[in-house]
Design a protein around this ligand. Structure first.
Ligand SMILES: [Zn+2]
Length: 331
């Protein structure tokens, strides 16, 4: 058994079609599914390979990829014992059931752990029920391949989790969603900031940046989270990984500058519209609706049906949060 365990660390990285697998350390790998069924169906995550004295079985941190790839990883590195989810947005939950079917115990942070058990919980918990029919969320779940898990162990954001001798600190980053956490693996100095908003597919190509298109997301908390993540990275980690980007080595602070800048640029986009005097007499709701029509964040012209409803709801929350922070809006 010991011999087998040692083999993993010296083994070259397997080639699996449509997966990009990168070594963060000798025995921690970052996995990315390249082509995905839909924009919100997958997220990158970490494989904690079996290692003598640490963990005899595979541990997965937030790797939501299609079941056919989950099976391939399990064949090479399994059996899998534990899976930790970072929050319950659908790009982090849709295929978790496939890890559970392979025998993994599923862990997820409160208050979103039960969203993995039932799409209704996801629907109500994220406030979709305020303006969207459940059938739209069902279609959205289907589009992203969502299937429910049977049992989820919940933990509090901020708790330290221990599986055999593998220890991972969960770091609350609640600006993105109430449950949202990052992972700090102190022994290996790996820091995974999950969905905080460093989402560049490669250096030189921007993504959307921090995402706060939900009722319970908060821009001011987001800025605190980014600053806290930066200080954790600089003082406690060597490697930075995230759900939708590449590996960053200490002490590169580009991810944090990128995220802060994205929020600032979004604020300027909203401010520039609000500056025009026609908004002076409008209510907040009227201003949100007016800005929504301008497509300043998402081009919605080609969207139809449930996707139009969902994108409009997300964008309305992004706009509302910036209106509330704007010095150009008459409160
Ligand atoms: Zn998310």
């Amino acid at each position: 058994m010991v011999k087998e365990l040692l083999n993993f660390t010296s083994m070259s990285i397997p080639k699996i079609d449509n997966l990009e697998i990168c070594k963060v350390t000798d025995d921690i790998l970052l996995v990315h599914q390249k082509e995905v069924p839909f924009f919100f169906s997958c997220c990158d995550g970490l494989l904690i390979l079996p290692k003598e004295g640490r963990n005899k079985t595979l541990i997965i941190l937030d790797l939501n990829i299609e079941p056919k790839y989950i099976e391939k990883i399990d064949t090479i590195y399994g059996p899998v014992s534990n899976y930790v989810c970072t929050h319950a947005h659908i790009d982090h939950t849709s295929h978790v059931y496939a890890w559970e079917q392979l025998g993994a115990k599923i862990h997820a942070p409160d208050p979103e752990a039960n969203f993995l058990l039932n799409l209704h919980n996801f629907y109500r918990g994220f406030g979709f029920d305020e303006s969207i029919e459940y059938s739209s969320i069902e279609k959205f779940g289907e589009l992203n391949g969502f299937h429910k898990c049977n049992y989820v162990n919940s933990f509090k954001p901020g708790e330290t989790l221990k599986f055999e001798n593998f220890i991972v600190d969960t770091i609350p980053f609640s600006g993105h969603s109430k449950a949202h956490i990052g992972f700090l693996i102190p022994q290996d100095k790996v820091f995974h900031i999950s969905c905080l908003g460093f989402d560049k597919p490669e250096p030189g190509i921007d993504g959307f940046g921090p995402w706060y298109g939900f009722r319970d997301a908060s821009i001011s908390q987001y800025i605190k989270d980014i600053n806290q993540a930066e200080s954790i990275f600089l003082s406690n980690a060597k490697f930075l990984t995230s759900s939708h980007s590449y590996i960053i080595n200490h002490p590169n602070t580009h991810p944090f500058e990128y995220m802060r800048k994205k929020i600032m640029v979004n604020q300027v986009k909203v401010d520039n519209v609000l500056k025009t005097s026609k908004f002076l007499t409008k209510s907040e709701d009227e201003a949100v609706n007016q800005l929504l029509k301008l497509d300043i964040f998402f081009p919605k012209k080609k969207l139809k049906d449930f996707l139009l409803e969902i994108y409009s709801l997300w964008e309305s929350w992004i706009i509302r949060k910036h209106i509330q922070r704007s010095e150009h809006f008459n409160k």
